[in-house]
Design a protein around this ligand. Structure first.
Ligand SMILES: NC(=O)c1ccc[n+]([C@@H]2O[C@H](COP(=O)([O-])OP(=O)(O)OC[C@H]3O[C@@H](n4cnc5c(N)ncnc54)[C@H](OP(=O)(O)O)[C@@H]3O)[C@@H](O)[C@H]2O)c1
Length: 285
């Protein structure tokens, strides 16, 4: 598959891809390559003889314009450069493209994004598909990923609740809404396998076998890690920042890739890593 440029390499998924890809990958942080800098991007592609780009730079947070730039407009421009230089492009999308539908969603289900993040990822998918039409590309949709997360521990609801639980505070999680969770190690392996095996261009879901409620997910993590706070059941509508509230089952399923096991498998792996203090995670939570 040749040399791979990994952007956003020091974020959560990036760190697992670095370890999965080893010497095949050239990891770059934002300070080494900001993805808005197309001149620098093209220079690295040509100087380092890059064959694939895996773009892990992206965000669900920030103001509207930043979200659209990072998840759609910058990747579009990167894909144009890749197409011109005959370099493959990997784009990471999200279950949020399904917006108000009820899952679990397969690759063939029609997206219906409604919030800025889901819409930006959907737009990103459309741009990549168009720009890479004559090239090589993969779009991977992922739901919630569990892994050691670098420095942005507060960005996921679970890690926010864990922070409180560690301090002995009680937390509430929705018992009536479900998602699917996968471990970041499986995300990295699925992406690496796809590149290695040369699957056809297209959209792939990286997903497990089942879904889990936010309450069961949080309770299971708190129990396994023996966090001091209690987990109390709540209703999705109590915390939803979305209007209308997110659907009750937001998870993904895949009809195209091998599955990542059950949600409990992902939780077990995540908790094992946490217990081992893997990747200095205790310093970040
Ligand atoms: N984690 C999940 O549950 C999940 C689920 C579905 C999809 N995804 C998608 O998967 C991708 C990676 O997610 P993640 O969880 O690894 O995110 P993450 O931990 O927040 O990492 C994102 C990385 O992107 C970098 N970055 C941000 N803006 C950049 C820019 N302009 N140029 C270069 N790098 C930039 C960040 O660098 P700084 O730290 O310097 O800002 C960070 O290292 C994202 O596109 C995300 O939307 C994630």
């Amino acid at each position: 598959m040749g040399r791979i440029l990994l952007t956003g390499a020091y974020g959560m998924i990036g760190r697992y891809l670095r370890s999965e890809l080893g010497n095949a990958c050239l990891p770059v942080s934002r300070s080494e390559l900001d993805i808005s800098d197309l001149y620098a991007f093209e220079k690295i592609l040509t100087q380092k003889k890059i064959k694939w780009v895996i773009n892990c730079a992206g965000s669900a947070h920030g103001n509207e314009l930043d979200i659209f730039k990072l998840n759609a407009f910058y990747p579009q421009e990167m894909a144009k450069v890749c197409s011109r230089l005959n370099v493959g492009f990997v784009f990471l999308s999200s279950a949020r493209v399904f917006g108000t539908g009820n899952g679990p969603f397969y690759e063939d289900n029609p997206p219906r994004p409604f919030d800025n993040y889901g819409l930006s990822k959907f737009l990103g998918e459309q741009f990549i598909t168009r720009e890479m039409y004559e090239g090589r590309y993969y779009i991977f949709r992922i739901s919630m990923v569990l892994g050691t997360s670098g420095h942005k521990a507060e960005s996921q609801f679970l890690t926010r609740l864990m922070l409180k639980g560690e301090k002995g505070e009680d937390v509430k999680a929705a018992i009536d809404s479900e998602t699917s969770v996968v471990h970041a190690g499986c995300v990295a392996k699925s992406i690496a396998d796809c590149l290695e095996s040369g699957r056809p261009n297209g959209i792939y879901h990286i997903a497990g076998l089942d879904c889990i409620s936010s309450y069961d997910l949080t309770k299971s993590v708190f129990d396994k890690l023996e966090l001091k706070g209690n987990v109390l059941p709540g209703k999705a509508g109590d915390f939803s920042t979305f209007q209308p509230p997110l659907p009750l089952i937001q998870g993904l399923a895949s009809g195209r890739l091998p599955h990542c096991g059950t949600c409990l498998d992902a939780i077990d792996k995540f908790c094992e890593e946490r217990k081992k203090g893997c990747a200095n995670h205790s310093a970040t939570l």
